[in-house]
Design a protein around this ligand. Structure first.
Ligand code: SF4
Ligand code: SF4
Length: 378
């Protein structure tokens, strides 16, 4: 993306400041340079040749969740996220990768995952499954490919998500397969790192492996993988988030849900809700669970506030990511819910990680956890 090609975005900014109230970073750091308006003006100065990229500016543009809250608020239609991604690309060209992000990008290019692990271990989350079928979900042909994603594959805190997904798909008799060690990172972290040019090899590989199975649909429990495939992969395959798949399975009847007497709220992941338009499917699932009381967060759907886990911020500035997660927990507390449900492994990691560090009493779960809990009571 070339900054001059999006110069109209700068010119549209009337400096009204409405985006300041919606930005989790700006509201936490209280400095104009960290607000969407401040960053748009810095980008404008850079595009005009009035600003040299330095480590200082690299740090400023790294402090963004790419959550899109500013973009849906701007009355002038400035697409700030596009501006900030273009700036990250410029910064990589001039200064190289952010040092805290470099290791993950290098691992991704070498090992094909963000965790610096041998990619053959990508399917190790299956080890705890008691009734694991002989094929271990790796097949030669399948209608649906379940694309697990790096975070749920490698981080123990959220490996229950793929275990839940395969259980749900199995119960509903869906003909599905996983790629296991042949699944490569979708490429999403490269976009946030300012290095989208490196994505092609990953996309080509994943598409080839899915096509080889003769699949008609790819299902994702990671909103960022889902969005990356939708926006960047050249394919006409049906692409569905887990919430859309599960909503369909509940409506069609193969899944039977049992009663859960709990009060829950729902956190819209930025990449699923605001950035991909999936708001109703998770709510329909929660409303389908008998006995469940569902209360909305004060800021919900398009107005949802990021958990702190977006935009590679956790890698660039873990302390800031944690402060934003704390704000999210306080918003959850105000609902009176005992459980905060989300539909993203990164949101679970970010919020649950903060809950554990602070020793708080709050249950943080992925929506697949709620569905499996409900099925177990059926
Ligand atoms: S809301 Fe839009 S027009 Fe107003 S300051 Fe922010 S970017 Fe500029
Ligand atoms: S994308 Fe989110 S974190 Fe980044 S400037 Fe906009 S509101 Fe702030």
């Amino acid at each position: 993306m070339i900054l001059n090609e999006i110069a109209n975005e700068f010119d549209q900014c009337i400096k009204c400041g409405l985006c300041l109230a919606t930005c989790p970073v700006g509201k936490t750091l209280f400095l104009e340079k960290y607000t969407p308006r401040g960053k748009v003006q810095l980008a404008k100065r850079y595009a005009a040749g009035d600003l040299e990229i330095s480590e200082h500016y690299r740090d400023i543009f790294a402090k963004c969740l790419l959550c899109g809250a500013c973009t849906v608020t701007c009355p002038s239609g400035v697409d700030q996220k596009t501006v900030f991604l273009a700036m990250r690309e410029e910064i990589v060209k001039k200064q190289g990768l952010h040092p805290n992000v470099e290791a993950a990008v290098t691992s991704l290019l070498v090992n094909h995952n963000i965790s610096d692990e041998d990619n053959s271990e990508r399917g190790d989350w299956r080890d705890d499954i008691r009734d694991l079928p002989e094929h271990m979900y790796e097949k030669e042909r399948a209608d649906v490919v379940y694309f697990v994603g790096c975070v749920a594959s490698f981080f123990p805190m959220v490996q229950s998500i793929p275990r839940n997904m395969v259980r749900i798909l199995q119960l509903a008799s869906v003909d599905f397969a996983i790629l296991a060690g042949e699944e490569w990172c979708c490429g999403f972290p490269l976009i946030g790192a300012g290095a989208p040019g490196e994505m092609k090899a990953l996309m080509d590989h994943n598409l080839e492996k899915v096509k080889a199975l003769g699949a008609r649909e790819v299902a994702f429990s990671c909103p960022s993988c889902y969005r990356t495939w939708k926006e960047h992969y050249p394919t006409d395959l049906k692409l569905s988030h887990s919430t859309q798949v599960i909503e369909r399975l509940i409506k069609e009847g193969p899944i039977s849900l049992g009663e859960l007497r709990e009060t829950v709220t729902y956190h819209d992941p930025c990449d699923l809700g605001r950035n991909a338009g999936v708001f109703d499917a998770p709510r329909e699932i929660l409303r389908s669970i008998p006995g469940l009381t569902f209360v909305e967060l004060a800021s919900n759907r398009n107005q949802s506030i990021c958990c702190g886990g977006g935009g590679n911020l956790e890698m660039a500035d873990a302390a800031l990511s944690g402060r934003i997660a704390q704000n999210k927990i306080e918003e959850v507390r105000q609902t009176g819910a005992d459980i905060v449900v989300t539909a993203c492994q990164q949101c679970v990691r970010t919020i649950k990680g903060k809950v554990r560090r602070e020793k708080l009493d709050l249950d943080v779960v992925d929506i697949t956890d709620m569905v499996v809990r409900s099925i177990s009571h059926g």
